[in-house]
Design a protein. Sequence first.
Length: 347
Amino acid sequence: MNEEKRTEINELGEFGLIRHLTKKAKLSHQSSKLGIGDDAAVIQFKEGKQTVVTTDLLIEGIHFDLMYVPLRHLGYKSIIVNISDVYAMNATPTHVTVSIAISNRFSLEALDEMYEGIYLACDKYGVDLIGGDTCSSLRGLVISVTAVGEGNAEDIVRRGGAKEGDLLCVSGDLGGAYVGLQLLEREKSIFLENPEVKPDLENQTYIVGRQLKPEARKDVVELFSSLKILPTSMIDISDGLSSEILHLCNSSGMGCSLYEEKIPIADETYNMARKFNLDPVTCALSGGEDYELLFTISPGEYEKLENHPDISVIGHMTEKERGVILITKGNNIHPLVAQGWNSFRHN
Ligand code: ADP
Ligand code: MG
């Protein structure tokens, strides 16, 4: 018998798999300005304006657990995770399509609830729901959203433009969504053991909200526009700070020094991480799902953002040979490794 070679997907990991599957993809249209490898693709149909396109899948049991994720929040989040990728290109989201596969476990009322969340996010961020697809699934719920956005050609920001000496900045605070997930998972297991016990989430609205109802940083992109700042590179934080910094560095051909003491972590996140015996900094570095924007600016732009309460400068770009490093509070140096959130680890 002819023995066929079989390679396990886990040997490649998510990004290795994407690289493998997409290496034959060619851009043959003049309108294809940027293909695979960024938060969104860029196409240009008319002079001066560019269109960005991005898509994400959410799978029950991999990305969400309906034991503690209300459908309304899930609908909301499915829009947010996509338009966050549009903002990461410094563009404005305009349209979404939503495709769903549903098993017979879901009633009309349940789907109505999910769509309430979808419409709420569309309203809040000014995007039109323009299409999608609906079909049945054997098991569980699948949601696929595609988002389209627009920006001036000269304003579109990619992952690959960071220069040596640029400042590495992040919006908001990190690690909250991951710690929120740990809390929800703990309450779930307590509930499974003893359904009589009421979940104790009341005082943890911040971190639970970070996990269940994230927002996209529209305000940060608007801030860039009003302050006339054009970041040299940008990415949104879906997989954890480490993984995203490595993406910016790889795409830009740069190294980076990240300062542990500068990483913004909310008190609620810090305290709950400690209760779980987790290192809050590790939660920020590897947790993911914060949907904050990570970007670089040239040092000349520093004073425009210096006093902004919601933007932190956390490091600077260096020549590639210096590597991508974390400088700890105790002045130790560690190479940054990506243990980013990886849906493959669930398989
Ligand atoms: P993000 O975390 O910003 O959503 P991903 O890590 O999912 O980005 O994807 C990285 C890049 O790979 C993107 O340009 C995305 O469009 C592309 N990509 C991912 N999966 C596939 C696939 N199966 N076929 C083609 N391109 C893909
Ligand atoms: Mg992204």
